[in-house]
Design a protein around this ligand. Structure first.
Ligand SMILES: *[C@@H]1O[C@H](CO)[C@@H](O)[C@H](O)[C@H]1NC(C)=O
Ligand SMILES: *[C@@H]1O[C@H](CO)[C@@H](O)[C@H](O)[C@H]1NC(C)=O
Length: 420
């Protein structure tokens, strides 16, 4: 009799975990739902955010954690007094409160986007100039993080935290690596310090036998392609540094999550080859970085009103932290009543039925398949919400080269040149 409950226990379920992922919510806590003069991209009234959070909680009231890839604060000015430091702080507090009200026992792990500071985009390279924000965040996020993570957050806006005994989440502050940051060419200290910290965290994770999710705002791989190309991500040098560190610690890194570009995409981190034969993040002996995919970078569809607002529910294997499936939910507005709902948009395992799993090799094969199969590419762009006209090979080449070779500037240009 004692054995019976054990025999009935579904072992695969026992090791399955869930988390929500949302990014770029751009909340305006005073915004009015249904006010047409307010309805602009990167602007989400509180009522819309609360509706999304309520939908999340009805889908899964007790996920393991909620991952957010930044840009919590809206960016269009409402009036001249708006987007002051005070409004930025109030928005962070309100957002955290909304999450805690619906998920009292679920930790929120958020990265910081370019709009999460005042003034936005160009974050001072002296980290102390942003301590008014970091110290506030370390107070309001104290229910989610241990003292050592809070201490790091309060100084730099980046931190690492153990989400479970097997999973460590490394949260980057990509504002210190981005092209938006025009202070960096004159003062790279903060960028170097964050790389040294990332390397030490990856070493620590490997030594502790933890798997890692990397979370950040500006995608560390690729550029923003939407009609044209907007260079709003990392400086190419920092993309390469990220790719090389990623390759060195690929066995630890299960996946990376970013926001900023507002569209649903998956990009690859390619392996580099070295003149000496060995990966060496401290050397410049790189031959080329177009080897097999060593990792997968997910870019999230925004929760704000630029395209269709969406959030994602992930499933993962707790023991290995390997992602196993996801379902994306997208906002719908009832035309008659104006009421919002968040029906399922698509589930990975059904939509990507040619893929066996979410490994780097499977994504590489799937993206390469889209290079020669318009049906598969169109099905993808329909989910992404922003596409290419049928037969527009230039558009498809741009889109797919960015996913295949976005981890190296030269390799991306090479793919565009040879593909155009
Ligand atoms: C700006 O908007 C906020 C929120 O609606 C309001 O509290 C504040 O009084 C407004 N300021 C001005 C100068 O209109
Ligand atoms: C193209 O992709 C579609 C959708 O995945 C698939 O059904 C079809 O068999 C593919 N065509 C070829 C020629 O592989």
């Amino acid at each position: 009799m004692r054995l019976l409950p054990l025999l009935l226990l579904p072992l695969h379920l026992a090791s399955a975990g869930t988390f929500f992922w949302a990014t770029d919510m751009h909340v305006d806590i005073w915004g009015e739902l249904g006010n047409p003069s307010d309805e602009i991209c990167a602007w989400t009234p509180s009522a819309q955010l609360q509706s999304a959070v309520a939908a999340m909680s009805s889908i899964d009231a007790a996920p393991d954690f909620i991952l957010c890839s930044g840009d919590i604060v809206h960016f269009p000015n409402r009036n001249s007094s708006d987007l002051s430091k005070d409004v930025v702080l109030q928005t962070h507090t309100a957002f955290t409160d909304y999450i805690r009200a619906s998920f009292p026992s679920t930790p929120l792990y958020s990265a910081l986007g370019n709009h999460d500071l005042h003034p936005s985009n160009n974050w001072p390279t002296n980290v102390e100039d942003s301590s008014w924000l970091y110290s506030h965040l370390s107070e309001i996020w104290s229910p989610f993080l241990p003292a050592s993570s809070l201490d790091q957050l309060s100084k730099t806006g980046y931190y690492a935290v153990d989400a479970s005994p097997t999973l460590r989440i490394i949260t980057l502050n990509t504002n210190y690596w981005t092209v938006y940051n025009t202070g960096l060419p004159w003062d790279t200290g903060v960028a170097e310090t964050q790389f040294a910290w990332l390397e030490s965290e990856l070493q620590r994770a490997a030594a502790d036998d933890k798997r890692v999710y990397i979370n950040g705002h500006h995608p560390a791989v690729g550029v923003h392609v939407e009609g044209g190309v907007e260079v709003g991500g990392l400086w190419p040098l920092y993309q390469q540094r990220f790719a090389m560190l990623h390759q060195q610690f690929a066995a630890s890194i299960a996946a990376s999550f970013f926001g900023h570009d507002h569209v649903d995409e998956t990009r690859l981190v390619r392996s580099c080859t070295f003149e000496s034969g060995n990966p060496d993040p401290d050397s410049s002996s790189v031959n080329s970085c177009s080897g097999d995919a060593s990792g997968v970078v997910y870019v999230g569809q925004a929760l704000t009103n630029c395209h269709t607002p969406a959030f994602r529910a992930w499933e993962y294997d707790v023991a290995s932290a390997a992602l196993t499936d996801y379902t994306q939910y997208a906002m719908k507005t009832d035309e008659a009543t104006g009421e919002l709902s968040w029906p399922e948009q698509y589930t990975w395992s059904a939509a990507y039925d040619a893929m066996a799993d979410l490994s780097p090799a499977s994504w590489q094969a799937e993206i390469e398949r889209m290079q020669s199969n318009w049906t598969a590419f169109e099905a993808f762009t329909e989910r992404r919400g922003v596409g290419c006209d049928k037969g527009d090979e230039k558009c498809r080449t741009f889109t797919l080269c960015n996913y295949l070779f976005g981890s190296g500037h030269a390799e991306l240009l090479d793919c565009l040149y040879s593909g155009l």
